[in-house]
Design a protein around this ligand. Structure first.
Ligand SMILES: Nc1ncnc2c1ncn2[C@@H]1O[C@H](COP(=O)(O)OP(=O)(O)O)[C@@H](O)[C@H]1O
Ligand SMILES: [Mg+2]
Length: 367
């Protein structure tokens, strides 16, 4: 039995497809959504076997845009694009089109569209995304050090700069100026074959995928390509650690949709907690809750300014998995050396706290 989600804004067409699906023994309709955000939220909660998307959807996103987001959010879900004879569409799995159903269509056509082989994307690694709605919270610092620790413990690890404009991973590590980046990757299927050629071997052998070197190149990167790169990295690394952009945009949502775990970096400051609350509300609206762990990491936790771990957990209704203290000396030395502090000062309290975070994440995965 295949669980089918329908994304259709025209009531007559939705009704027609609903009737056809009700006659199809192998299919069970799990819902009908009219626009992209609610559709993606539904995909996140239901993980349907199949989504049928109208190519001619009205509104801000086309059916093809939604298909790419569905692919990023749930790679195992097959996508059938629904179209009319005047607007032929070809199946293109790279673009999130596994099969095409032409209206009005018959029962046989529907059955063969539904029968298109389940996509076998086996994600090996765990995608951990570091996110914070406030710049300067420590996303980059935590991503780089976490990746290094997991690598030192014998895992294969990829570290990806998910910030397409003014990313900072290249600046905190000793990256030679001409090192290739995500913009040097072809889009679509070619990305898989070229990925290894653009990875840079970073500290302790972490495979680093850099963001574009120049700000104007950010526009060359489409949100689904960023998510695809992340998923391809997960195919041959145990962990993929992503430094996500602060702004909630198509790009960051594609990265967050694909994440297995979201680490929300907060500080004990009112602005940080309030903005994090707003981000958490957005995550709830997107249906993340219950589908992937959202874990709080308090950075610079010694500057408590009247706030406590319990208070923040209560306000945000999420668990704090680590408190990372402030150490200007150790952190600035590590920046000068362009080396993660877990390597340059492994015995410092900040490094120990990062080790604790890594252990908690590994344990949490086992559960
Ligand atoms: N625990 C810490 N102790 C001392 N300095 C820190 C700590 N965490 C981050 N920093 C410093 O604060 C600044 C902002 O951190 P960064 O990781 O770049 O934040 P983000 O990526 O969220 O913008 C950087 O200069 C970084 O070195
Ligand atoms: Mg940063």
């Amino acid at each position: 039995m295949k669980r089918v989600l329908l994304i259709e804004d025209l009531p007559q067409v939705a009704q027609h497809l609903q009737q056809m699906l009700s006659r199809e023994k192998e299919a069970e309709l799990v819902g009908v959504e009219k626009e992209s955000d609610s559709a993606i939220a539904r995909v996140n909660t239901e993980k349907p076997d199949v989504v049928m998307i109208d190519a001619l959807l009205q509104g801000k996103s086309t059916g093809f845009d939604i298909a790419k987001r569905v692919r990023a959010a749930s790679p195992g879900t097959r996508i059938i694009i629904v179209t009319v004879p005047q607007r032929p569409v070809d199946p293109k799995p790279d673009l999130g089109i596994d099969a095409v159903f032409v209206l009005p269509g018959g029962a046989n056509e529907l059955a063969s569209a539904l029968a298109v082989g389940k996509r076998e994307i086996r994600l090996k690694g765990r995608m951990i995304v570091c996110y914070s709605p406030k710049g300067g919270s420590g996303k980059t610092t935590i991503a780089v050090n976490l990746a290094t620790i997991l690598r030192r413990r014998g895992n294969s690890v990829a570290l990806m700069d998910g910030v397409m404009q003014f990313g900072s991973i290249r600046h905190v590590l000793q990256v030679p100026p001409a090192t290739r980046s995500i913009v040097d990757l072809p889009t679509g299927q070619g990305m898989r074959t070229s990925l290894s050629e653009v990875l840079w071997e970073g500290p302790s052998g972490v495979a680093v995928l850099l963001g574009p070197p120049r700000p104007e190149e950010a526009e060359l990167m489409a949100a689904p390509d960023v998510a695809t790169a992340m998923q391809l990295l997960a195919e041959d690394h145990d962990y993929v650690i992503v430094d996500a952009p602060t702004k909630l945009s198509d790009e960051s949502l594609a990265v967050l949709d694909a994440a297995d775990v979201i680490l929300l970096i907060v500080t004990y400051m009112q602005a940080s907690v309030a903005n994090t609350r707003a981000a958490v509300d957005t995550f709830e609206a997107l249906g993340y809750k219950g589908t992937k762990p959202i874990l709080l990491v308090v950075n610079q936790s010694d500057s408590a300014a009247g706030m406590s771990k319990g208070g923040i957990e209560h306000t945000l209704n999420l668990p704090v998995v680590a408190e990372i203290p402030t150490d200007w000396k150790v952190v600035s030395e590590s920046l000068n050396k362009q080396q993660p502090f877990v390597l340059s000062s492994p015995n410092s309290a900040v490094a120990k706290a990062m080790e604790g975070l890594a252990s908690t994440l590994v344990q949490q995965q086992r559960r």
